[in-house]
Design a protein around this ligand. Structure first.
Ligand SMILES: Nc1nc2c(ncn2[C@@H]2O[C@H](COP(=O)(O)OP(=O)(O)OP(=O)(O)O)[C@@H](O)[C@H]2O)c(=O)[nH]1
Length: 391
């Protein structure tokens, strides 16, 4: 082993570098960092980095008023909420191979969807599936990749569909003047393709989608693009692991309802890869993931989920079981008029927390800790095993 590796103390996952911890106030709550004003209002000069850092520190320090009042429930870390609060417990069973859903109901305050209400646009975007293809995967499971266009951006958002009963209405709709070969090439066929096949199996002249056999709500993951975590093996986040785990759960033979991963091109929680890389440098300089976004004058989370709602509706889904720890996603994907209902939340527990492989790194653990403590993610930090108990 090189001397430099020997010089490194073993990582103790229970101890985070101080810069990953939110500055606690006297009651364990944190002031809302979204209230910090970094905007360049008229007459203001651009704040220096140290001014911005001080402003962030100030925003997180207790004010006299906040010391006098108990913090509102939304500012309490899930670690301090009563264990009976629906939806905040992290499934701990090491033997659990299948997803365990927790019933949720976003229409009531105690429904396990957190307390925040994301602002949603009144109208859903329009989406159209322009091509679909069968993808056999390296795990042996097979899925159908659906590529969508939409009327709000020029990005190619995707739906990764497991199971044969989930079909896209916009893909199956017959287009004027198209031939059966056109339909086969764009993936608008039933069953499987084989050399020499000439018909799509969907009745010519009919806009009807072949009716799927209902098997109950499918398992759904709304996944935001993460080049670093999914392609270049970054240990700063668990995005790659979450994508793999979602696909594994959806491919289990017991999952007869099928599965859908909506893969949205909103890299870096919507700030883009270039800005995310700057945020990483700020994180190496001592900020946590939320502070780094704010210092770059981005919101802590710049994403939206209207496209996911519209794609799920195109795929014929009105009720889903959602794989997430993020309560904002539950309300947001349901749409402005609850066009879709999330009936269950299935927690995404890091594999290393369950003693089932995965990876440990101070960066990913700081990232998860910030999500839990500042963004209200529904995971118990208490379930994070100490490094030595995981070996
Ligand atoms: N700005 C920023 N984005 C990050 C950072 N680390 C990961 N991301 C992005 O965060 C997003 C991860 O989102 P998801 O996997 O959908 O997870 P989530 O909404 O946090 O919640 P879950 O559904 O519980 O996983 C991706 O777009 C990543 O590129 C970071 O440090 N800074």
């Amino acid at each position: 082993m090189p001397a430099s590796e020997l010089d490194q103390p073993p990582f103790d996952g229970s101890v985070f570098p101080p810069f990953y911890s939110p500055r606690p106030d006297a009651r364990g709550g944190n002031r809302d960092i979204d209230d910090v004003d970094f905007s360049l209002a008229e007459g203001k000069t651009s704040p220096s980095n140290s001014e911005r850092a001080n402003a962030t520190q100030d925003a997180l320090a207790p004010s006299p008023a906040s010391l006098a009042q108990p913090p509102p429930p939304s500012l309490l870390s899930p670690a301090f909420t009563p264990p009976s609060t629906p939806g905040t417990a992290t499934p701990r069973s090491a033997t659990l191979t299948e997803p365990r859903g927790i019933p949720v109901d976003s229409s009531i305050p105690t429904g396990g969807c957190g307390t925040k209400h994301p602002r949603l646009l009144e109208t859903l975007p329009e989406v159209e599936c322009i091509v679909r293809a069968r993808i056999p995967t390296t795990t042996g499971a097979e899925m159908f990749l659906h590529l969508y266009k939409n009327n709000v951006d020029n990005k190619e958002h995707l739906a990764i569909v497991f199971g044969g009963n989930i079909r896209s209405k916009s893909l199956d709709a017959v287009r004027e003047g198209e031939t059966e070969m056109d339909r086969l090439v764009r993936g608008a066929y039933t069953g499987r393709l084989y050399p020499g096949r000439t018909t799509s199996g969907i009745l010519e002249g009919s806009a009807d989608t072949p009716s799927p056999v209902s098997q109950g709500p499918p398992l759904v993951r709304i996944h935001s693009e993460c080049y670093t975590g999914e392609t270049v093996w970054s240990a700063r986040c668990d995005c790659g692991e979450q994508l793999d785990e979602a696909a594994r759960l959806m491919s289990l033979p017991s999952n007869t309802a099928g599965g859908i991963i909506i893969y949205l091109r909103q890299e870096g929680r919507g700030i883009g890869l270039g800005e995310k890389l700057k945020a990483y440098n700020l994180q190496d300089l001592g900020s946590d993931t939320v502070e780094a976004n704010l210092l770059l004058r981005h919101p802590a989370d710049a994403r939206s989920y209207g496209l996911a709602t519209a794609i799920l509706l195109d795929l014929g889904q009105k009720e889903i079981r959602l794989l997430t720890n993020n309560p904002d996603k539950i309300r947001a994907v349901e749409g402005p008029h609850r066009e879709i209902v999330v009936t269950e939340r299935v927690a995404m527990v890091p594999l290393s927390w369950k003693g089932k492989g995965g990876f440990r790194a101070p960066e990913v653990e700081g990232y998860l800790k910030t999500k839990i403590e500042k963004m209200g993610h529904l995971l118990d930090l208490a379930s994070l095993p100490r490094q030595d108990s995981n070996q």
